[in-house]
Design a protein around this ligand. Structure first.
Ligand code: 13P
Length: 253
């Protein structure tokens, strides 16, 4: 599976949304085709409980779907977990792995995230691998070294062109309304891009880099026009069609 568009806007609904949220997804889906004509791809990663229904409801609209996590194994005795093959079977195209909330809440290491990303590739999904520093790490001047170590540790050894997405999400910017300066986002995306090209050559350059953390209709345009910012991973503002489509419209202008 491959994703190759000018901009990728992914909504991460986190642990939000029951059946009534499908209506919001349908409203978002109604804008997906016209977005595609401008090489902007929209996607929603709902809670696992909604993935199959959301995928069915929006099939053929151009809106892609995905999950928020997967287990590194294909099947087996792992109560409560879902495999990448199950995500694929439920209509998913993407799976988010290594989100900072999972790294923090479930103690996920980069090595585990790497194995999940590998499982996603094997199942034919596009993994969205999340990385990002805490506020304390940024204050200590360690943001770049922490993020680059997460990138290097979380990426599968082998992948094909356009098969991977990385989301840079500073932990301190998630759900806080705080956003790094344009200069800081640019510097981090350039550093990630350079490290990928150094390690993987042209294939590394094919990895799309998303920014995530308090993206909304007001700041999207400035953030998404920066070099090596190929899209956004959006939490709170993706929960309503109005919030998510404001971001789309901001970058369509
Ligand atoms: P917010 O957009 O709510 O800050 O969340 C960002 C995020 O964590 C997306 O994965």
């Amino acid at each position: 599976m491959e994703i190759n568009v000018a901009k990728l806007l992914v909504g991460n609904w986190k642990m939000n949304g029951v059946s009534t949220a499908l209506g919001e997804a349908s409203l978002i889906a109604a804008a997906a085709k016209s977005a595609q004509s401008q090489a902007i791809q929209l996607a929603i990663c709902p809670p696992a409980t909604l993935l199959a229904r959301l995928s069915e409801t929006t099939a053929g609209t151009g809106l892609l779907t995905g999950a928020q996590d997967c287990h590194p194994k294909a099947f087996g005795a792992h109560t409560g977990d879902i495999s990448a093959a199950m995500v694929k079977d439920a209509g998913g195209h993407f799976v988010i792995v290594g989100h900072s909330e999972r790294r923090a809440d479930h103690g996920e290491s980069s090595a585990l995230v790497q194995s999940k990303a590998q499982a996603a590739l094997e199942a034919g999904l596009v993994p969205i691998i999340c990385v990002g520093e805490t506020g304390a790490e940024r204050k200590a001047g360690q943001a770049e070294s922490i993020v680059l170590a997460q990138v290097q540790g979380s990426i599968p050894e082998t992948f094909s062109d356009g098969a991977l997405v990385i989301a840079y999400e500073p932990v301190w910017a998630i759900g806080t309304g705080l956003v790094p300066s344009a200069g800081d986002v640019l510097a981090m995306h350039e550093a990630i891009h350079r490290s990928l090209v150094d390690r993987f050559g042209a294939k590394g350059a094919s990895i799309q880099l998303l920014y995530g953390g308090s993206v909304n209709g007001q700041n999207a345009r400035d953030l998404l026009h920066l070099a090596h910012v190929d899209g956004a991973l959006v939490g709170g503002a993706s929960l309503t069609a109005d919030g998510f489509l404001k971001i789309l419209h901001a970058i369509q202008e």
